[in-house]
Design a protein around this ligand. Structure first.
Ligand code: GDP
Length: 184
């Protein structure tokens, strides 16, 4: 739909919106592409110069996903930070924003920056994808899932996910559809 640089460019606040966020390199773009089964989608967000924009994609009428810029790079210039704060602030206030997919590298686990984003989401539902789970063996995967579930408690649901190994894609799609179809 649009790569928004300022809140005035956001689509009308109607229908249902689901945000995708995560630390840079966590596997967010790959997750979006696997879940939506539309390979070209998240490539847009990787176009140089567009990385600090909010990318809105309409999957069906009045059903959108919003791709947030990856975070976690300490060296983001102040000028970029100043542009991004009002965007994320405006997104937070949207009544159409239903839920948040938080993409976490399964080998790193949930970070403070991830926890901050859950705070940003307020009362909204959060679903954590422990991404690149194909890099873990069965025991490590179970351990990563247990650690994350312990840390998140009631605040979020969590699952193992791999865009490459196609692990947990159905489960994640189910969550998205649930948010898209649940009565307002
Ligand atoms: P983003 O920066 O969070 O959008 O992450 P990307 O989706 O661009 O992925 C970052 C890197 O991790 C790329 O080199 C991907 O190929 C790799 N990657 C993404 N998903 C997976 C996965 O499920 N398994 C493995 N092994 N690597 C992945």
């Amino acid at each position: 739909m649009i790569s928004a640089a300022v809140p005035g460019q956001f689509p009308p606040d109607e229908g249902v919106e689901v945000a995708f966020a995560g630390r840079s390199n966590a596997g967010k773009s790959s997750a979006i592409n696997a879940i939506t089964q539309r390979n070209a989608l998240a490539r847009t967000s990787k176009t140089p110069g567009r990385t600090q924009l909010l990318n809105f994609f309409e999957l069906e009428p009045a059903r959108r996903i919003v791709d947030l810029p990856g975070y976690g790079y300490a060296d983001v210039p102040d000028a970029e930070r100043r542009k991004w704060a009002p965007l994320i602030g405006a997104l937070q206030g949207r009544q159409s924003l239903r839920g948040l997919f938080l993409i976490v590298d399964s080998r790193r686990g949930v970070s403070q920056a991830d926890a901050d984003l859950m705070d940003w989401a307020g009362e909204r539902a959060v679903h954590v994808l422990l991404a690149k789970a194909d890099k873990l063996n069965r025991r490590e995967g179970a351990e990563a899932l247990r650690n994350a579930a312990d840390l998140l408690g009631e605040r979020a649901t969590v699952q193992l996910f791999s865009a490459h190994g196609k692990m947990g894609v159905d489960q994640a799609q189910h969550r998205l559809i649930e948010w898209f179809t649940h009565k307002l």
